[in-house]
Design a protein around this ligand. Sequence first.
Ligand SMILES: [Mn+2]
Length: 416
Amino acid sequence: MNAYEIAKEQYAGLGVDTEKVLDKLKSIPVSLHCWQGDDVTGFDQKGPLTGGIQTTGNYLGRARNPEELFEDIRKVFEITPGTKKLNVHASYAIFDEGEFADRDKIEPRHFKRWVELAKEYGVGIDFNPTFFSHPMVKDGLTLTSPDENVRRFWIEHGKACIRIANYFARETGQTCVINFWIGDGYKDIPADRMGPRLRYKDSLEQIFTESYDFDKVKPCVESKVFGIGVESFTAGSSEFALSFAATHDRCIPLMDNGHYHPTEVVSDKIPALLCFFDEIALHITRPVRWDSDHVVLFDDETKEMAKEIVRSDALDRVYMALDYFDASINRIGAWATGFRNWQKALLNAMLMPHDKLKELQNAGRFSELMACQEGLKLLPVGAVWDEYLRRCGVKGELEWFEDVLAYEKETLSNRK
Ligand SMILES: [Mn+2]
């Protein structure tokens, strides 16, 4: 017997059908963020990254244009298993030679090439309005700005993005999750915390008057606790975003696990929200002391987040997207490592006998529960993972990076 067959028998003994797990895992869409490829630069402006977020590092080979970014995305698709979606920011509009449309005026046709790429792979597209890195961000504010011209510009941007999300859903035939995140806030102690939030609420309500079919287009509101330069106050806090989503139909909450206090964990928040929301969305990242957007690892909290989704039987209620950007290492390697690790975390969670574990908990057999949970950690998840990679036609754990090195040598090193 090979390693997978032995593992399959071992899991069968626990009541876990590895064949079913492998089929299911292959079908779960995970959204791959386009912004890992170019350090969140985008194509529509040349200014610095703003909005309280930062990329660090200057590894060779950053994608500088749509052609290079698409080339890199193709490589990532090739070296990662499972079903993907493309996750695109509005700042990645692609204009014809000599053409330009500002963020309040962008149209579906500016994203035609993204649709072509998605169709080539038969994947869906998720979308994000870009409320940062733009001259109309005034004093760090967009949808909360007391300047009505500024606020109006960004409301129009939001509406334009909903029209583009409609286009993505229509063209791909798949759900388009459109995520609203703003970095609006204040560096120092504000004199008014409610005013900006009321303006944010009103802005979102105006944006969501743009028509969309909630079966196909899923607007989300993403919260954040702080950003660089906006340490004292963030308008779109957790309470704000959750309350907004809870009190507005046709809108769902999005949790980014880098957007909370360092000792808070999103794994615990997932089942809490699932008690109240039909659907939720996640940005999966790795915060190191702050919202540093490090590459997702196969670490304890990543595993715990996946377990909570699986245990809650909510794989079809949680929209999963990756969100990190590391410019200090090979960006293709970063992209693929994080994508592969979230797949691993899902697999690990799907191989657990959750019903049995719940029974132990409900019977108060806590020492047995602990022993069992610890025992599960050394079961041959790796053998099932290897089999999954084989079936997906993707190279094994200690081999795939060769492709990244070859790509760096042949392609990335020429980008100077
Ligand atoms: Mn995020």
